[in-house]
Design a protein around this ligand. Structure first.
Ligand SMILES: NC(=O)c1ccc[n+]([C@@H]2O[C@H](COP(=O)([O-])OP(=O)(O)OC[C@H]3O[C@@H](n4cnc5c(N)ncnc54)[C@H](O)[C@@H]3O)[C@@H](O)[C@H]2O)c1
Length: 344
């Protein structure tokens, strides 16, 4: 088990990678605890949950909305919870984003911790303290920064994850490798069978590398004023693709990374060899970018992007494998590049 600490000016979050999820009972405080999960996780693991009231979400992105927060709040009041309650999230990125948001607003804030159950949540969504819900189709536009006290990443839970969701998480793992830890890329290139076979030890190692990198970035810039923006690599186009083509988050990010890599090549920040290596890895893991979203729609969707200010947007480029840099660009240039890219 690896214990990685994320330290920010007013919080300490312990990420326990490779710990058994049942050990959560040792981390919970005395007193009231409420579990937030989704119906899939409850069906698979509910009979082994610690004995506390359970609030169940409908699985999927559609649960990330304010009416769900209202419903959960009503239910918590009905159960008589005051501000000493501890919220334990058991689930993927959706459950963690919703439960974390609920924890930061219920009676102006209560304590929380997560058992992170999807690969995407373990390598990315459950660490770093971002919480949030969507407004209509605008992603994560209502949210907070709130560090959970602990996150358990038990990689044995990934065995029950559906294949598409597993692949979606691999895309975020590739992202971390490309922007910050090239050893992840080497491991993915050379251990395809073990990665696809969900080898527990290998996954624990990969998740720990990813969390360690994210922790180092978040410790420097919790509220995304600067360096943390590199974690959005692939997400400018990825979010547009996710909304337009309704593909799982990671697949959209993989397509967004392909476009961003091509843009980096065109800007001469990376050479052809590096670019080819990135595309080869994406293909190796079955990411064949499909770019159905039109430039006009990209412009519309980018207009809601949190990384935009005025007519400029912060865009994450690669400077090599394991190295990224954020540059401010006019939205016109990004849309123009995308038009040409689609015509290639
Ligand atoms: N807060 C952040 O920093 C951050 C970062 C990246 C992504 N996200 C968000 O994360 C969300 C995506 O997360 P996700 O891909 O985990 O989605 P998810 O939570 O919807 O989980 C995907 C599916 O897998 C199922 N599942 C999860 N764990 C399982 C397991 N162990 N066994 C069987 N089934 C399991 C879920 O029930 C669901 O049907 C998006 O909303 C995205 O915006 C947040």
């Amino acid at each position: 088990m690896q214990r990685i600490i994320i330290e920010t000016p007013d919080s300490l979050s312990a990420i326990l990678v490779g710990a058994r999820w049942e050990a959560v009972t040792k981390l919970l405080p005395q007193g009231d605890v409420v579990i937030v999960t989704d119906a899939n996780l409850f069906n698979l693991y509910g009979n082994r949950f610690p004995r506390f009231p359970v609030l169940k979400l409908k699985p999927g992105e559609d649960s990330k909305k304010l009416p769900v927060i209202q419903k959960l709040t009503t239910e918590m009041l009905r159960l008589g919870f005051d501000r000493t309650v501890f919220i334990l999230a058991i689930g993927g990125g959706v459950v963690c984003d919703v439960a974390g948001f609920l924890a930061s607003v219920y009676m102006r804030g209560v304590r929380c911790g997560y058992i992170s159950t999807s690969l995407l949540a373990q390598v990315d969504a459950s660490t770093g303290g971002k919480t949030g819900v969507n407004l209509g189709r605008i992603k994560n536009v209502i949210g907070t920064f709130r560090q959970p006290e602990f996150v358990i990443c038990d990689t044995t839970m990934l065995r029950t994850l559906p294949d598409t969701e597993y692949m979606s998480g691999l895309a975020e793992l590739i992202k971390t490798g490309l922007i910050g830890d090239r050893s992840i890329i080497d491991i993915l290139e050379n251990n395809q069978a073990a990665v696809l076979g969900r080898d527990r030890e290998l996954l624990t190692d990969l998740v720990a590398r990813s969390v360690r990198f994210k922790a180092s970035v978040v410790a420097k810039d919790e509220k995304e004023g600067g360096i943390r923006r590199i974690l959005n690599f692939g997400h400018t186009f990825g979010h547009a693709i996710e909304l337009h083509q309704s593909v799982p988050h990671g697949f959209a990010v993989a397509a967004g990374m392909e476009i961003a890599a091509r843009f980096s090549l065109e800007k001469k920040y990376i050479g052809v060899k590096v670019y080819d290596r990135i595309i080869r890895l994406l293909r190796q893991y079955g990411f064949h970018g499909e770019f159905k979203v039109t430039p006009r729609r990209v412009r519309e969707l980018i207009s809601h992007d949190k990384k935009k200010s005025g007519d400029m947007i912060s865009f994450v480029f690669l400077k090599g494998i394991g190295k990224a840099e954020v540059k401010k660009l006019p939205v016109d240039e990004i849309v123009g590049f995308y038009s040409n890219f689609r015509d290639l």
